[in-house]
Design a protein around this ligand. Structure first.
Ligand SMILES: [Zn+2]
Length: 500
């Protein structure tokens, strides 16, 4: 007898529908699974057999063939276990076949018959072609975000009694309210750092990548952590996208469903290129770049990252998505991030203070070379950050709070979107001529800077984009003024010149 059960598999951050066809027939007893299963998917045989026996079901002494359709799509992980078990029981007549028209199934089976959570339950549920979907109790909350009927069970035994009507389905878990979690880190907690705080607001408003150079203890990490709190709130569809990615990476914690605030990711400098960008030989997973989608990717100690890892970032930063090519397919992961990086001015970190640096000139030059020119070019904002002075540390002048700055940022960002349909950092030269005309004084200053070799052609474009953002923050003046241009230029300095 043949049974067809609807389910799905995960590739990158996307689900793909899979029909699990189970045939139980005469022949030598055995179990064959075909249709490009990977190793863990093939092991479903042993898990399903043990789970059925633990649930009090007989394992048939017959020939069982499982086909995972479409057969040219690679199936990964254990998410098809539950569908395989249901298919076997349906093919044996233990479950009514018409039940299979009503439900799709997603879940891993434990040997004791428990139904377990799977990575990527949300994106996979998106594509299961059945009116309702059955998942583990742990996955019910995230799958419930889709607004389609969800049933959840803890064990295979309970599933059988629910399907044949002897027991009611367990009550669904209450859906979390979609409120943005309050931001525990506030800009107001940081003393001094006037320029750095100003740059954070500009970075958030125009989506400008930012590099901070300064000695250890200057507060670079503290500053970077405040950036997500300044970004515009995620729209509902953006929040769902971000939640999907975190689900696919297995990084979704129950208390953050759905992800409503901009993510903040700070990978260690020993991170491999694959963990930063995504991919991987065994299972294609999104990397830190995608986990930071619609939020902030913070690279502390930029110079300590491996050159190959940093090289891998360049193209995705430009295209705002990651493309990972494999023999038979190309996966695309969203990667629209705001990149913030920090560096010490030299290997010992002390070259800001006269006489304190112990580094040789060669060591310093080697350290600076670690960050390539093309990567440095990606940072529209490059600022020096010094340790706060005692007067600033012990003074009581608290600056603006995160929410005050965030309000101005939201206004500036919506002005930019209404004008060009994208944030200012993404504007090209032609568009800048249209939307960021310079006052005559500002033009002269820019021409002089180019004439004296202080600014490259690319630099001109970036400075103009930043000055457009500054004007947007100043209530959206049409023409960029001298002050706005000069501020933009002062926020794009040679990252090592002023401290070396
Ligand atoms: Zn030094």
């Amino acid at each position: 007898m043949l049974a067809i059960v609807r389910s799905a598999t995960l590739s990158g951050v996307r689900g793909h529908p899979v029909d699990v066809e189970v045939h139980v027939g005469s022949g030598l007893p055995g179990f064959t699974i075909v249709g490009l299963p990977d190793a863990s998917c093939r092991e479903a045989r042993d898990r399903v057999r043990a789970a059925l026996q633990s649930s009090g079901e007989d394992w048939p002494q017959r020939k069982i063939t499982v086909n995972l359709a479409p057969s040219d799509l690679r199936k990964t992980g254990a998410s098809l276990d539950l569908a395989v078990a249901v298919g076997i029981l349906a093919a044996l007549g233990r479950i009514e076949l018409d039940v299979l028209d009503q439900y799709g199934f997603l879940g891993e089976l434990g040997l004791d018959g428990s139904v377990r959570s799977v990575r990527g339950a949300l994106p996979m549920s998106d594509v299961v072609g059945a009116p309702a979907i059955v998942v583990s109790a742990d996955d019910a909350t995230e799958v419930g975000l889709l607004g389609r009927p969800v049933r959840s069970v803890c064990t295979l035994g309970r599933l059988l009694t629910c399907l044949d009507g002897t027991q009611e389905w367990p009550e669904p878990a209450p859906q979390p309210t979609a409120t943005s979690t309050s931001n525990p880190t506030d800009l107001r907690d940081i003393r001094g750092q006037h320029m750095a705080k100003l740059a954070l607001g500009i970075s958030a408003a125009g989506a400008h990548h930012m590099l901070m150079v300064g000695p250890p203890g200057a507060g670079k990490t503290m500053l970077a952590k405040r950036l997500p709190g300044l970004l515009p709130a995620l729209q509902d569809h953006e929040a769902l996208d971000v939640t999907r990615i975190h689900s696919a990476a297995g990084e979704l914690r129950p208390e953050q469903i759905p992800v409503m605030s901009a993510p903040f990711r700070a990978p260690h400098h020993s991170a491999s290129p694959v963990s930063l960008v995504g991919g991987g030989a065994a299972s294609m997973r999104p990397g830190e770049l995608s986990l930071a989608h619609r939020g902030v990717l913070f690279l502390d100690e930029l110079g300590e990252f491996s050159p190959s890892a940093l090289d891998g970032l360049r193209q995705p930063l430009e295209e705002r998505e990651v493309r990972v090519s494999r023999a038979h397919s190309t996966a695309r992961y969203p990667a629209d991030v705001l990149l913030v990086a920090s560096m010490n001015p030299c290997p010992c970190g002390e070259s800001g203070a006269p006489g304190a640096c112990r580094c040789s000139d060669t060591a310093r030059a080697r350290y600076h070379r670690r960050v390539s020119g093309p990567l440095l070019d990606r940072f529209d904002l490059r600022i020096g950050v010094q340790r706060p002075s005692p007067a600033e540390l012990f003074g009581d002048a608290a600056g603006e709070s995160s929410s005050e700055v965030a309000e101005r940022v939201a206004g500036a960002r919506s002005r930019a979107l209404a004008r060009s349909g994208r944030p200012n950092a993404a504007l090209d030269a032609v568009e800048l001529d249209r939307v960021a005309p310079l006052s005559s004084g500002a033009r002269t200053i820019l021409e002089n800077a180019v004439g004296q070799g202080r600014l490259s052609a690319r630099g001109v474009g970036r400075v103009r984009a930043v000055s457009r953002t500054i004007a947007d923050l100043d209530d959206g003046d049409d023409v960029v003024s001298i002050e706005q241009l000069c501020l933009a230029m002062s926020l794009r300095v040679d990252p090592f010149g002023f401290v070396g």
